[in-house]
Design a protein around this ligand. Structure first.
Ligand code: DC
Length: 265
């Protein structure tokens, strides 16, 4: 199976690193966090209380979430375009309001059952060589432990809380949002706690995961640590790093055509 799982806490570098690893291996990159965020966005939109386990679970079971390679909308830094129904929610699922409830939504066992089943199907399809891509890099909190435990390479990224909060702060400012560092730090501490103490599929490294620190190193250096592990465990051959234009290059496959800035988290 050609699947690499990357788990870790918020802003540990999973998406940046996972995206670049996907590019080098011609693998689909799939950030599963967007599905939990889409459910959180939908319940805010519909005025549903995040504590209502049954109602939130029903939304998760029925929500039409689309994840596609960015097309004409690439170039604003997105790694993928996320739709709920016909609405492009790519950026609204990253809002502070969604941030503030998404951990509670992700701790709901009905939500997890619905979403991790779908994620597993995506992982099996794209990791089996049946799809267009050579494999899949799947990113989240429980991919190595629950969603794709049979993946031949599992990575767990970590960085100190303050460093991760600084990254999130920078991200928000760069996107033109208002950001309060102390608040981001507190929210992230709380999200870490909810993600790692929940009863179902808590955040933790798989027993056979490689644990890699991402503070004090660039994303590209982390990628360079992971690629030899992919060669060893999957027997794949990475391509050389590609130059990326502001609106992406023409590489094939979902999530790999956007202009993410290599080397920064
Ligand atoms: O990685 P992120 O910040 O976009 O994730 C949003 C939330 O979803 C976060 O609270 C963790 C949760 N999540 C999860 O529980 N399992 C996953 N596989 C991915 C994300």
């Amino acid at each position: 199976m050609n699947a690499i799982t990357i788990d870790g806490p918020a802003a540990s570098g999973k998406s940046t690193v996972g995206y670049l690893v996907g590019q080098r291996l011609d693998f689909l990159f799939f950030d599963t966090g967007v599905m939990y965020r889409a459910v959180a966005w939908a319940i805010l939109d519909r005025g549903i209380d995040s504590a209502d386990i049954g109602a939130v679970g029903r939304v998760a079971g029925q929500l039409p979430i689309g994840v596609k390679a960015p097309g004409a909308d690439a170039g604003d830094g997105r790694q993928a375009t996320i739709h709920v129904g016909g609405v492009d929610v790519t950026w609204s699922i990253r809002s502070p309001r969604v941030d503030s409830i998404v951990s509670v939504v992700a701790a709901n066992r009905l939500v997890r059952e619905a979403l991790s089943r779908k994620q597993r199907l995506i992982g099996l399809e794209h990791g089996s060589g049946a799809a267009e891509e050579a494999g899949v890099v799947m990113v989240g909190r429980d991919i190595g432990t629950v969603v794709l435990p049979e993946a031949p390479l599992k990575i767990y990224l970590e960085a100190p809380l303050e460093e991760r909060a600084r990254r999130r702060f920078r991200e928000l400012v760069e996107r033109g949002n208002e950001a309060d560092f102390a608040r981001i730090l507190d929210d992230m501490r709380l999200r870490d706690q909810i993600d790692s103490e929940r009863a179902v599929a808590p955040l933790r490294p798989a027993r056979d995961a490689y644990q890699i620190r991402t503070d004090g190193v660039s994303a590209v250096e982390v990628v360079e640590q992971i690629l030899p592990l992919a060669v060893k465990h999957l027997g794949v051959a990475p391509s050389s790093p590609r130059k990326q234009g502001p609106s992406g290059d023409s590489s094939p496959g979902a999530g790999r055509d956007c202009g993410i800035i290599a080397g920064s988290f």
